[in-house]
Write a protein that binds this ligand. Structure first.
Ligand SMILES: Nc1ncnc2c1ncn2[C@@H]1O[C@H](COP(=O)(O)OP(=O)(O)OP(=O)(O)O)[C@@H](O)[C@H]1O
Ligand SMILES: O=P(O)(O)OC[C@H]1O[C@](O)(CO)[C@@H](O)[C@@H]1O
Ligand SMILES: [Mg+2]
Length: 474
């Protein structure tokens, strides 16, 4: 058994190719920290539950499809309550911040962190940071109690407010230090988790007893390693209403075409799953799958075919789809938001215009196109039942992890089991739809759309994207 360590990840090697990618612990840089019995041991709700505490050796496998000869592979530390904790209840001063775009379930996560800390661990000092990272140094804080957060899960958005940009590591850590905060819960997407990683590193550099826990939030489902992100399910469900409206409109008029644009800057999961769920969609366009408009096997040819066969059609597209085509025909503006994310042009409007021009002017066909853009409507709503349950588990796992002294981790389900994942792993790449994977093939089989892959693209995909099956990946 060997082990190695860097600031963000501890690697433990075991027998038969077993690898634990472990998260940091406060004792890695503050030796001899005292421990205390977990207050849950005497909590009437939990003390009767057998095996409530997670075994210290429990780990979760990243890959669950294996062969007889496969090495045991990468594992993560299982999330959950430990027998011993590294904070006394009265000592804890926690804070919660939400950053990046909105996502259904944000308020549920906030609520469950507050209630988890309060009811499970007797923690009473919890602050909300107002308006994202910059709130640490530019705004007043909000006192959070179970009473304050009681019914916030029924509301969309985040009661704490959010923002992009404004990540100033030393000012943020100064604020944490000055306020005497020792547990930091950071809820946000890929950018936020990168910000959380540098906050953790600065805290560690200063030798502070402060646990940093990341809770992944992304409606685009673009965070890797975890099974899916919270709010995604709700967004896919809400998208059905827009797709249904597009279908009703298109089906009620001659040569009706419904175009629906959904979120998904670099990852087309919402469009993919909304399409699979709906069954009314004839064509789904995502950033990961290049397409072209004109000529043989292009989008226009397919639209004409569907109109002739069926009299109407529905197209669902992710906002990031076809951006290369747009910048060829429109002047690319290269604008960025405050966090440095590229601001996209409206592909839905653009494609609607191109379809109208092609069929009206060139093909002299009467078409009736309706463009629906429910972008913000699918993320500004409260979480649905399944997302709310999921948010509760995430929040409680984060609280258990911080109380047990773990730090520099993101929490999330890996093959159905909640785990503590090192920041490095969630920050190393973006989760994307793999179009050489079976899930995309299922969608193609359901819509019957062509792959739109130019022979040139097929070569590129084959060379660049090794199929991400569980066995081949890594
Ligand atoms: N590389 C980075 N290092 C430090 N901070 C970062 C980094 N990238 C982004 N941030 C900060 O994280 C916060 C959120 O980032 P961003 O606006 O990209 O949203 P996000 O967390 O990716 O969420 P989403 O894209 O799902 O809406 C911002 O305050 C931004 O300044
Ligand atoms: O307009 P905003 O708030 O920057 O958010 C838009 C972006 O947020 C996301 O939903 C990610 O949270 C992207 O899909 C989208 O491009
Ligand atoms: Mg992001």
């Amino acid at each position: 058994m060997g082990s190695s360590e860097n600031l963000q990840m501890k690697i433990v090697n075991g027998d038969a190719g077993y690898v634990l990618q472990d998260v940091p612990h406060l004792t890695d840089y503050i030796p001899d920290l005292p421990t205390y019995p977990n207050p849950l041991q005497v909590n009437p709700a939990y003390s009767v539950v057998k095996q409530y505490f997670v075994n210290l050796d429990d780990t979760v496998a990243e890959k669950v499809v294996v062969h007889k000869t496969s090495p045991r592979g990468i594992h993560f530390r299982r999330a959950g309550p430990r027998q011993k904790v590294y904070f006394e209840s009265e000592e804890v001063h926690a804070c919660i911040v939400t950053c990046g775009g909105l996502c259904p379930g944000l308020n549920t996560v906030i609520r469950e962190i507050v209630c988890g800390l309060y009811h499970m661990y007797g923690v009473t000092r919890i602050l909300g940071i107002d308006g994202g990272y910059r709130g640490f140094y530019a705004r007043n804080t909000i006192t959070l109690t179970p009473k304050v957060v009681d019914d916030i899960h029924k509301r969309g958005g985040t009661i704490l407010g959010t923002s992009r940009g404004g990540h100033d590591t030393s000012k943020i850590v100064d604020s944490i230090q000055d306020r005497g905060i020792n547990q930091v819960y950071i809820i946000g997407g890929d950018g936020t988790q990168k910000g959380a990683a540098v906050i953790y590193e600065e805290i560690r550099r200063r030798g502070l007893k402060v646990a940093v826990a990341g809770i992944p939030k992304t409606i685009d489902n673009d965070i890797p390693v975890i099974d899916r992100s919270f709010g995604f399910d709700t967004a896919v469900e809400e998208a059905q209403r827009a797709i249904n409206a597009a279908h009703v409109e298109a089906g009620s008029i001659e040569n009706g075409i419904g175009v629906v644009k959904l979120m998904g800057r670099y990852s087309g999961f919402i469009a993919q799953y909304a399409t699979l769920a709906s069954r009314d969609v004839d064509c789904c366009l995502i950033p990961e799958s290049p397409f072209y408009l004109e000529g043989k096997n292009g989008l226009f040819e397919y639209i004409e075919k569907r109109l002739k066969e069926n009299g109407h059609m529905v197209i669902v597209m992710a906002e990031g789809a076809g951006q290369d085509l747009l910048s060829e025909s429109l002047q690319s503006m290269n604008l960025e938001d405050a966090s440095g994310n590229k601001l996209l042009q409206d592909v839905g409007l653009w494609i609607s215009q191109r379809i109208k021009d092609h069929f009206g002017r060139q093909r002299k066909m009467v078409i009736n196109l309706k463009y629906i853009d429910p972008t913000y409507m699918i993320r500004a709503i409260p979480g649905n039942a399944s997302d709310n349950v999921y948010c509760t588990l995430l929040a409680q796992s984060a609280v258990h992890g911080a109380m047990a002294g773990y730090t520099g981790f993101t929490v999330g389900p890996v093959n159905g089991r909640h785990a503590y994942i090192p920041f490095t792993r969630v920050n190393e790449k973006q989760n994307k739809v793999v179009i050489t994977d079976r899930m995309w093939a299922r969608l193609l089989a359901s819509t019957n759309q062509p792959s739109f892959l130019h022979p040139k693209h097929v070569t590129e995909v084959n060379e660049e994207e090794v199929p991400q099956t569980q066995l081949l990946d890594g």
